[in-house]
Design a protein around this ligand. Structure first.
Ligand code: GUN
Ligand code: FE
Length: 418
């Protein structure tokens, strides 16, 4: 790929709490990576004119459920366990039907393509073939990251309960057949402790270690779930320790939610280098609570943002940025005055370079980072004062006021997708 440049109002975050920006700047892309960002017009290469548009790094969604997209925005008057039983499991059971999966995953991939998200770590269902199809669709849509065939062999409806040996065989088949993609890779996906027997968790931990594969699951989302895990794993000192016992908590692990973590669990995640997929929108919708993100930051835990569709009611990570800020203020007000609320620049960092670090060098405009870039249109959120605002002010306004992510151009590893 020949080098080219994008001209616009460029904004990014290299470290927590600080936005960098260059108004009327140029990002030079060389092949699949960022070569430079500057205010000087580069000579001798094609310049794509996006002047007056905000140009941001592609966003990372560290946790969402593709098969739940059809009912996103419904059934929010429940807490986690009844929500799963009444609404989520019946929907996921439909993905044994290839024609249904095709229709649903086509729409999911199309909508994600139009968003500012570039990297995802996504759950499918227990159905291997449907989840492979999901990977194909995301790959075609120019989405990068990981997809997991979900593992479940207990406490689930019959239609979603695998026999343990077969569950392990199917994960092996998923890994083999899913490895052929460029952008989308397989990830080991035990749904959560309640839906996986010890034998299955042990086998999954071994496969992840043997093959060097990443892991995604749920941790400490809801008080009833946490109590249930205590009953299921009386030998474990905590929910996080239970995953750790099965070698499922490592540097390449994403744990979604982490709302009800004890201090010892924060310490354990920090020691292991695991990622918290902070899902504030979902945690509000399902009355799960507000995760102690400031405490995680203070203990150097890796953190990214996540929509957790369909607990979350949006595919937009920019909306999640807003919820991360807003909900942290309520935690500070109601729960702990020691936990300073997140600032907008902090939340934007988590949405970009913070979560992006799970996928590699993405989410920033530093030289050598993947050229993952989204160009935003502010048409739907501009006001009479917009023309006098800095890119940092415009970005905050965008997160709060744009009804969706209005993306006019998108590049994934230097390739134009929109
Ligand atoms: N815990 C186990 N499964 C799920 C799920 O599908 N969504 C959420 N939010 N939490 C879960
Ligand atoms: Fe989830």
């Amino acid at each position: 790929m020949a080098a080219f440049a994008i001209h616009g109002d460029i904004i990014w975050a290299e470290r927590l709490g600080k936005l960098e920006y260059i108004e009327n700047g140029y990002i030079v892309v060389d092949g699949s990576v960022i070569a430079s960002v500057s205010s000087e017009k580069p000579q001798g290469i094609k310049v794509i004119d996006e002047s007056h548009h905000l140009v941001i790094p592609g966003l990372s969604d560290l946790h969402l459920h593709a098969p739940q997209y059809p009912f996103m925005g419904m059934y929010m008057d429940e807490e986690l366990l009844t929500w799963l039983e009444k609404h989520t499991f019946p929907e996921e059971a439909k993905y044994s039907d290839a024609a249904y999966a095709e229709r649903a995953y086509t729409q999911f991939a199309d909508d994600l393509k139009r968003s500012a998200t570039v990297n995802v770590s996504v759950f499918g269902t227990i159905h291997t073939d449907a989840t492979l199809m999901l990977m194909d669709k995301l790959e075609e849509a120019g989405i990068a990251g990981y997809a997991g065939k979900v593992s479940m062999d207990r406490n689930s409806p019959p239609s979603l309960t695998e026999e343990t040996d077969r569950a392990v065989e199917e994960v092996r088949r998923f890994i083999e057949e899913g490895a052929s993609h460029d952008l989308m890779k397989p990830i080991i996906t035990p749904r959560f402790i309640p839906s996986c027997s010890d034998a299955l968790l042990e086998a999954l931990g071994r496969i992840a270690a043997d093959r060097g594969l990443p892991v995604q699951s749920h941790l400490d989302e809801n008080p009833s779930e946490v109590e249930w895990v205590k009953e299921l794993c009386p030998w474990a000192g905590s929910y996080a320790e239970a995953y750790d016992h099965f070698s499922l908590l490592g540097q390449r692990s994403i744990m979604a939610h982490c709302v009800w973590m004890q201090e010892s669990e924060i310490d354990l995640l920090s020691r292991r280098g695991s990622y918290v997929a902070h899902s504030p929108s979902s945690n509000l919708n399902l009355s799960s609570g507000i995760a102690p993100i400031r405490r995680c930051i203070d203990k150097d835990v890796n953190i990214g943002l996540a929509t957790d569709v369909a607990g979350g009611s949006t595919l937009s990570i920019m909306r999640v940025v807003q919820d991360a800020v807003t909900s942290s203020k309520m935690r500070w007000r109601y729960i702990s005055k020691d936990e300073k609320p997140l600032s907008f620049p902090e939340a934007f960092y988590l949405a970009t370079k913070g979560g992006g670090s799970f996928f590699g060098r993405t989410g920033s405009f530093e030289p050598g980072y993947d050229a993952d870039i989204a160009v935003l249109s502010e048409k739907r959120c501009s006001t009479v004062i917009s023309s006098g605002l800095s890119p940092a002010e415009r970005l905050e306004l965008y997160a709060y006021r744009s009804p969706d992510e209005d993306v006019v151009a998108k590049f994934v590893k230097g390739k134009r997708i929109i």
